[in-house]
Design a protein around this ligand. Sequence first.
Ligand code: PEP
Length: 253
Amino acid sequence: MSGKKLIIGNWKMNGGIGHVELAKAIIEGVNGVNAKNVDVAICPPFTLLPLIGQVVAHGKVSFGAQDCHTAASGAHTGDISAAMIAEFGAKFVLVGHSERRANHNEASALIAQKARAALDAGLVPVICVGETEAERLSGDAVPIVLSQIAASLPIDCTPEQIVIAYEPVWAIGTGRVASTQDIEEMHKAIRDSLNSKFANAQIIPLLYGGSVNAANAEQILAVNNVDGALVGGASLKAPDFMDIISAAHSIVG
Ligand code: PEP
C-alpha cells in the first residue's frame, strides 16, 4: 500500500454514549502524533455513528460501521443499509468479519453482495477473511483464505475501492497471535493472488487482525505486505490504541 499504514479499530458491540469520549481521546491523540503516513479509523456500533460522525468532523480520524445489508432500503427489519451509514459521513464498512460469518451464517457470496452495496453507497468495504484453528492445523489455511477472498470480492471492484483484512479466527479476541512467518506467508499469498487479478494490486491495503496490541504491533506492522491492522479489544482503550498508531508511525513516519 505505497508505504502507508491503515489502523482500524473495531469496537464490536461495545460502547454507549459515554464512548464518544473515547473517540474524542483518539482524535486528540492522532492530531498530536502528526503521522502523515498513518490513516486511522474507528468502527463503533451503529447506534453511535451519528455522534461519532460529528466528533470526527474535527479531526483526522475517519470512521465506519461493522456491517451493512445487501439492499439499499426495504423490508429488512433490524438491518442497516450502506447508504444509511454513508449518510453520516462514514468512510468504511467491515464486511465478512468472522463473528458475522460464524454467528449469522454469512457466506462469502453474501459478503460479496454486501461489499457491492458498500461500493454503490460510496463506502470502502473492509473485506474480512481468515481460517479457523482446525483449518490452520489441517495445513490448508492459505488455499482456504484465498478462496474466501475470491468469493468475497464484489464483481468489477477495483483495487482503490477495497481493503482486505486477514484475521485468523483463532487469534481474534484470544490473546493468541499468528507468528510473523505465518502472517508473512499469508499476506504474500494474498498479494500474489490479487496481483493475478488486478494490474495494480499493490495499492490494496492488506490488514492483519487478531489480538494486535501495544506490545506486538510494531513487530506485526513491520512484516512484508502488512499495510495495517484491524484492532478489536485494544481499540477500546485510547492509550493502547494510540500505542498501536505510534508503532505504525515509527515504521512509516
Ligand atoms: C477484531 O475484532 O477484528 C479483532 C481483531 O479483535 P481483537 O483485536 O480483539 O482480537
